[in-house]
Design a protein around this ligand. Structure first.
Ligand code: NDP
Ligand code: 2IT
Length: 453
């Protein structure tokens, strides 16, 4: 069977050269699926995985815009429409200078599986641009978003493809994108999620990924009769996911002690409390400042600058009970994973997409810790996007408590599906296999029903 995965991967690498993140994401899923192909050869015969790994459509386009100095800027825009087997394409937009086809294909691929786990009818997609919103004025961001949407609008729609936020795309960007879509289409619809509350957005959507990740950690700990109460937690990132992870950890009685951005991390041994978190939210969301400023405001904390040449990140070498990587892909390297395990970490719960390198994943699995892979643990964000689509379609809006209760139920149900599937396939406690297999079966069965398309 190993030879089947090897052959599939060598074809995939040959067809998609220079896209290591995409190869990494597919390989992890393919390895889990060996267990399924052994039991159920029909999936292999129907080339289901080969089909899921070939995007239904890839759109690449020029995004020209004029900066505040009057100079013309040219960026590249993308939308990967990966799978519509179980619903309209759904997934975020990332604006970051590192964006290229390989990153968006890995994200779109992961999204197909994640969305299938949410219990809601959503296919998978992802898009974005190499545009860097850092240091740009609001007017520049608006002109960029308008130019980006002028092309993207031909390809999306509330029943076709529904984008949302990701790195570098938050409420401000969604607003500008929505405004331009509405102007061009002369249509007010739920074409994007993460919208403002006054114009079709859902309560709890900004909070959903971080809250959901913490609910998932709570579910994992419950299987060992444990809880988040008093747990020291390492959180990376300081954007949307990190902020609401910290907020919910505090709610649950845990003690978050770190935050980071690409310049480095802050360590606050006394803990980031609600007052400090409110200051961080103002710093990052209003002033768009850098996390190093935290130590000027709260002198009990220390700042450690990032060292891109180092083979490990000292953030993950701090002793802690739980880790919530919430910044970006491959931020936990092999040595970082070893440091976490050697320091006795009990839970690693991924708010970010694919934040752990494959060797790190292996380390967590063989150590038997509670390891919640991103496609399960961070599915709360897209799940509440799905709830936003439902509210838009019904032209109603649910109360905060209602959306939060639904989010909690969805995270509980994801946890249960993943756990039961891992057991069914003879790898109890392996949330990687559980998530990959449970999601695959749902998408694969839909594809079998729908014929060769
Ligand atoms: P934000 O843009 O709000 O925040 C991103 C944070 O991560 C910032 O602190 C940023 O620092 C840091 N970061 C980004 N790129 C790098 C990098 N290359 N190296 C180090 N730090 C980096 O994004 P989100 O919080 O929305 O997203 C964080 C992660 O969560 C991503 O992996 C995303 O795909 C994932 N995710 C997001 C969901 C959502 O609903 N928003 C849903 C599910 C997953 P800096 O300011 O220096 O760039
Ligand atoms: O990675 C993700 O799940 C997201 N960025 C959220 C996608 C969405 O459509 O809400």
């Amino acid at each position: 069977m190993g030879s089947y995965v090897d052959a599939l991967m060598s074809d995939l690498v040959a067809k998609n050269p220079g896209e290591p993140e995409f190869h990494q994401a597919v390989r992890e899923v393919a390895e889990s699926l060996e267990l399924v192909f052994e039991r159920d050869p029909k999936y292999r015969a129907a080339k289901i995985l080969e089909r899921i790994a070939e995007p239904e459509r890839v759109i690449m386009f020029r995004v020209s815009w004029v900066d505040d100095q009057g100079e013309i800027q040219v960026n590249r825009g993308y939308r990967i429409e990966m799978s519509s087997a179980i619903g309209p394409y759904k997934g975020g937009l990332r604006f970051h200078p590192s964006v290229y086809l390989g990153i968006l294909k890995f994200l779109a691929f992961e999204q197909v599986f994640k969305n299938a786990l949410t219990t809601l009818p959503m296919g998978g997609g992802k898009g974005g641009s190499d545009f860097d919103p850092k240091g740009k004025s609001d007017a520049e961001v608006m002109r960029f978003c308008q130019s980006f949407m002028t092309e993207l609008q031909r390809h999306i729609g509330p029943n076709t493809d529904v984008p949302a936020g990701d790195i570098g795309v938050g409420g401000r960007e969604i607003g500008y994108l929505f405004g331009q879509y509405k102007r061009i289409k002369n249509e007010f619809s739920g074409v994007l999620t993460g919208k403002g509350l006054e114009w079709g957005g859902s309560l709890i959507r900004p909070e959903a990924t971080g809250y959901g990740a913490v609910y998932f950690a709570h579910e994992m700990l419950s299987t060992r009769d444990d809880s988040l109460e008093g747990k020291v937690c390492l959180v990376s990132g300081s954007g949307n996911v990190a902020q609401y992870t910290v907020e919910k950890l505090l709610d649950m009685g845990a003690k978050p002690v770190t935050l980071s951005d690409s310049d480095g991390f802050v360590h606050d041994p006394e803990g980031v409390n609600n007052e400090k978190l409110a200051w961080v939210m103002e710093l990052k969301n209003e002033r768009r400042g850098r996390i190093r400023e935290y130590v000027e405001r709260f002198p009990g904390a220390t700042f450690t600058p990032a060292d891109p040449k180092a083979d490990h990140n000292p953030l993950w070498a701090l002793p802690a009970d739980c880790a919530f990587p919430s910044a970006t892909q491959n931020e936990i390297g092999a040595k970082d994973a070893a440091n976490l395990v050697n320091n006795g970490v009990k839970v690693v719960c991924e708010g970010a997409n694919m934040p752990t390198v494959p060797e790190g994943v292996e380390r967590f699995l063989s150590a038997g810790i509670l390891y919640g892979p991103g496609k399960a643990a961070n599915a709360g964000g897209v799940a509440v996007s799905g709830l936003e689509m439902s509210q838009d379609a019904l032209r109603i809006s649910w109360e905060r408590e209602e959306v939060d209760a639904r989010l909690k139920n969805i995270m509980r149900s994801i946890h249960q599906q993943v756990r039961e599937t891992a057991e069914e396939y003879g790898t109890p406690g392996n949330y990687v296999n559980g998530a990959n297999i449970a999601a695959f079966r749902k998408v694969a069965d839909a594809m079998l029903d729908q014929g060769v398309v």
